[in-house]
Design a protein around this ligand. Structure first.
Ligand code: ZN
Length: 453
């Protein structure tokens, strides 16, 4: 303990007496928000240039590579001892933003009433800058580390990561060499009725995106046949709609719901503490889906009907029709098995099923050294706070690193107000400046106390 305090003190002194400019996380984030990396098309090489310039000024060696023109990725490694390396993983792309629906220009960072507004301040340029600041502070400190620390900023997460993390794993496997742990986006803090609750994402629902195609005799709209490509697609989609997957509560979801129940009251608390029993009731399933589609989505595999293609003309029966559906399965079985279930269900309608995208399922352990460390440091900084191992309905790049066998945790220790979340992928994305600064400091405490010798 004494050693740790001494080192933290030393770190502080070193960072204030350093020759370099003091790091200003808000200024860095503001500049970063101004770089348009909307995906599509991405243009993440602009973010690579931004980071490369900073690394050059800091004297940090780095590498970068484009997976396609404009689709840049950048990484750097601070060498340390032999323990499994820690990877700070972030994505540089953001989702589109329509200026007319915002109170500010989404690509010009602006502070209003104590909040910093801009596309990406939460997802995830803010967390990206927090990681950068910690990485630079470690480098500036010159202290000896017990393990390597790797900074990785990737393209394309918002569209599946095939030009980013997925591509890097295939083309630059050296980045993840010796890695034991990843910290990425996916969980954060929230104040719920006065209590600080920190969610650390340990697993996520697995996307399985499928395309149905039907081919049948084309013709004139005035003389319908008994079947058509379009009627086959409609039939197949109806089969999906009318046969929802049976609910099942997997252990990680059970733990998540039980810890959420501690702050709930009445019937809600009872249900979340005993979801295995409650979810058997059709009325409760409907009630939960109505009140919280995202909690409901954790209780079963789901498919959303999202894309349809038929004729281009109202009086022409087309030879081919197609639909794409967005399915997300719980991470307790293989995607192959899931796809087979869908095929068995819809093929009698006369459609073929092809896979647009399917990831493999994986869960990171709550017993790992790093999970325990995150929990311990966070609770020390925020006494009385609660740590919740969380299951996410959406996906992040962590599934790629979990597939490599690396324990990967979604955690950005910023404490958000519940209202802030509406801005993620929506309008007026914002973060409270003081929360962002506190989160940046807390992340550095988590990282530095894990890696400093
Ligand atoms: Zn993200």
């Amino acid at each position: 303990m004494i050693k740790k305090y001494f080192l933290l003190n030393a770190l502080f002194v070193l960072s204030v007496t350093s020759y370099a400019e003091p790091l200003d996380p808000v200024k860095l984030l503001s500049s970063y928000v101004g770089i348009d990396t909307v995906n599509p098309p991405g243009n993440e090489s602009r973010a690579v240039d931004f980071y490369a310039k900073i690394f050059e000024e800091e004297g940090i060696e780095f590498s970068s590579a484009e997976s396609a023109p404009g689709r840049g990725n950048i990484w750097a490694r601070i060498k340390g001892g032999d323990l499994p390396a820690l990877v700070l993983l972030q994505h540089t792309d953001v989702v589109p933003a329509t200026k007319k629906y915002w109170d500010t220009d989404p690509f010009v960072a602006e502070i209003k009433d104590g909040y910093l507004y801009g596309r990406g301040v939460i997802d995830m340029k803010g967390a990206g800058i927090s990681q950068l600041v910690s990485f630079i502070r470690l480098h500036r400190s010159g202290l000896s580390l017990n393990r390597d620390v790797v900074f990785v900023a990737t393209a394309d997460e918002e569209a599946g990561g095939m030009f980013g993390a997925g591509w890097l794993i295939d083309n630059h496997p050296e980045i993840f060499e010796g890695a034991g742990f990843v910290i990425n986006e996916g969980g954060s803090g929230q104040i719920i009725e006065g209590e600080k609750v920190f969610a650390i994402e340990i697993t996520q629902k697995v996307p399985v995106w499928l395309r149905f195609t039907a081919v049948d005799t084309p013709g004139h709209g005035s003389s319908p046949r008994t079947t058509s490509s379009v009627s086959r697609i409609v039939h197949a989609l109806n089969l999906v709609r009318e046969n929802p997957f049976e609910p099942r509560i997997i252990p990680s979801v059970d733990t998540y719901f039980k810890s959420l129940s501690l702050k709930m009251t009445g019937k809600e608390a009872e249900a979340f503490a005993n979801m295995k029993n409650f979810i058997g009731s059709k009325e409760y399933q409907a009630e939960l889906q109505e009140s919280s589609p995202s909690y409901h989505a954790l209780t079963r595999d789901t498919c959303s009907l999202t894309m349809l293609e038929g004729s281009q003309k109202i009086n022409v029966v087309p030879p081919v029709a197609a639909a794409e559906i967005d399915c997300r399965m719980l991470p307790d079985r293989t995607s192959e098995e899931f796809i087979q279930d869908i095929k068995t269900l819809v093929e009698p309608a006369g459609v073929t099923v092809s896979v647009v995208l399917a990831f493999s399922p994986a869960v990171s352990s709550v017993d790992s050294e790093f999970f325990q460390h995150i929990a311990k440091v966070t609770q020390k900084i925020h006494p009385g706070s609660r740590i919740v191992p969380a299951v996410s309905t959406g996906f992040t790049d962590s599934h790629f690193t979990r597939d490599l066998g690396i324990d990967s945790y979604g955690f950005n220790p910023v404490l958000f107000d519940s209202g802030d979340w509406t801005g993620v992928h929506g309008n007026n994305e914002r973060v409270k400046v003081t929360s962002f600064l506190q989160g940046t400091e807390d992340l550095h405490q988590i990282v530095s106390q894990f890696v400093i010798d």
